[in-house]
Design a protein around this ligand. Structure first.
Ligand SMILES: Nc1ncnc2c1ncn2[C@@H]1O[C@H](COP(=O)(O)OP(=O)(O)OP(=O)(O)O)[C@@H](O)[C@H]1O
Ligand SMILES: O=C(CO)[C@H](O)[C@H](O)COP(=O)(O)O
Length: 405
């Protein structure tokens, strides 16, 4: 029996999504196979797709691009937290799965579309960033299937063994996030995205973060970290970096300008570059929309130790597109005082006064919580929630207020 067959669009909560996200309990969800073979699905190079007959709310698809070690996982944790509930790997599945599922979101890692495993890349002398090491046809077919409300059997790239493991079943969630090296590389995949983000970490900062993680936490030597960054650089420049021109929002992370010749990389200058004219996305602004503003909030209401904090805001162009740019240089001493900054920002898509500050305080232990990386990731998380609600409302033909999650 299809438990969703009586479901109508008057309710915006799809029981389908709840069931499918809870591990696709097959007794409760009817699969309509998409070819003539009974019990099977259409084969996609070892992976199948299934149609979930009761899909009412088709997923909103978000792309997040960045190089490895640039904060994608941290961003994803902030994003899923905005929707509530914990994100966990598929229950009972491969312990090395790269997928994270919560009540609302499913985040897949595009490393799972590596067509060459670690040995294969070594033999052919290509890096994982090279398109020849990735199966974009399968990525496109599966993201498209999910967007159309069909479950897919997605391959798994095992980062522990370096091998391609048997596929895992991915059901269409409310919000489907594809994160990794190439979400905007292939035009067909790019066109499926309802919103896209690029994390643009400057070489200096990337190096500092890599050292912090790979040296301190993984025991790699300084030389091997340098060598690995150098080896990836040509392919990064050729295949990953150009994707930022397509992103609806870019979070750019640079060394501070508040400390002359700083080379410690601890204090950061972070820019949130927001494309104008993107459907269901209104850029955040400081004080006065469209103006050019420079603001040092340190004083009676915001404690700042050296080197202080400086915000800037204004219009600009980015790869020929009109954008609004909000910048924060420096770091917060006291996160609870962030409310003072929040109260001067508009179009935040919060549901109550202080929601940005609350989210930041909730995850004060995440990397970047005291600077613009955490602040802008949180803001983009709220904007994605808003975008989702607007899309759902539009599909259901009701005011956006009625579609609040
Ligand atoms: N905003 C930040 N501020 C400071 N350090 C950060 C920040 N974001 C990430 N890092 C550092 O970079 C490391 C990698 O972060 P994270 O796991 O979120 O990146 P990732 O892109 O998902 O990495 P990978 O693709 O390799 O899994 C963290 O352990 C931390 O050391
Ligand atoms: O750039 C990467 C994306 O995270 C990895 O380096 C890529 O997936 C290759 O993985 P491995 O380190 O297991 O060989």
């Amino acid at each position: 029996m299809a438990i969703c067959s009586a479901h109508t669009t008057t309710s915006l909560r799809s029981p389908c999504t709840t069931v499918s996200n809870a591990g696709l309990r097959q007794k409760q969800v009817i699969f309509v196979t998409s070819n003539r073979r009974s019990g099977g699905g259409r084969r996609h190079g070892g992976a199948r797709s299934f149609q979930v007959s009761c899909s009412v709310d088709k997923p909103v698809v978000i792309g997040l691009a960045a190089d490895s070690g640039c904060g994608k996982s941290t961003f994803m944790r902030r994003l899923t937290s905005v929707f509530g509930g914990a994100a966990e790997p598929p229950k009972g599945g491969n312990p090395d799965s790269n997928t994270l599922i919560s009540d609302t979101t499913t985040v897949i890692c595009l490393d799972d579309y590596h067509s060459l495993d670690r040995n294969g890349r070594k033999e052919k002398g290509v890096t994982a960033l090279d398109p020849r090491a990735n199966n974009f046809d399968l990525m496109y077919e599966q993201v498209k299937a999910i967007k159309e409300g069909q479950a897919v059997e997605k391959p798994i790239y095992n980062h522990v063994t370096g091998l391609l493991d048997p596929p895992e079943l991915i059901a269409p969630p409310k919000i489907f996030v594809i994160e990794g090296l190439h979400p905007m590389f292939d035009e067909r995949v790019r066109d499926l995205l309802d919103f896209s983000i690029y994390l643009d970490i400057s070489d200096e900062v990337k190096f500092a973060w890599k050292i912090q993680r790979d040296m301190a936490e993984r025991g790699h030597s300084l030389e091997s970290i340098k060598a690995s960054i150098e080896a990836r650089k040509p392919d990064f420049d050729a295949f990953i970096d150009p994707q930022k021109q397509y992103a609806d929002a870019v979070i750019e992370v640079l060394p501070t300008q508040l400390i002359p010749d700083d080379n410690e990389g601890k204090v950061l200058r972070v820019k949130l570059i927001m494309k104008e004219g993107v459907k269901n996305f209104n850029p955040v602004y400081l004080f006065d929309e469209g103006s050019t503003i420079s603001w040092v909030p340190c004083g009676r209401k915001l404690t700042c130790s050296y080197p202080g904090i400086k915000f800037s805001y204004g219009p600009d162009t980015y790869f020929g597109n009109e954008v609004s740019v909000l910048e924060m240089d420096g770091q917060f001493d006291r996160l609870d005082e962030l409310i003072y900054v929040e109260s001067h920002l508009s179009n935040l898509s919060t549901k109550f006064y202080g929601e940005v500050t609350q989210q930041m305080l909730k995850h004060a232990d995440f990397p970047g919580s005291n600077n613009g990386t955490g602040l802008f990731q949180t803001i983009i998380g709220l904007k994605i929630r808003d975008l989702y609600e607007q899309i759902v409302a539009e599909r259901a033909g009701v005011p956006a207020e009625a579609a609040k999650v």
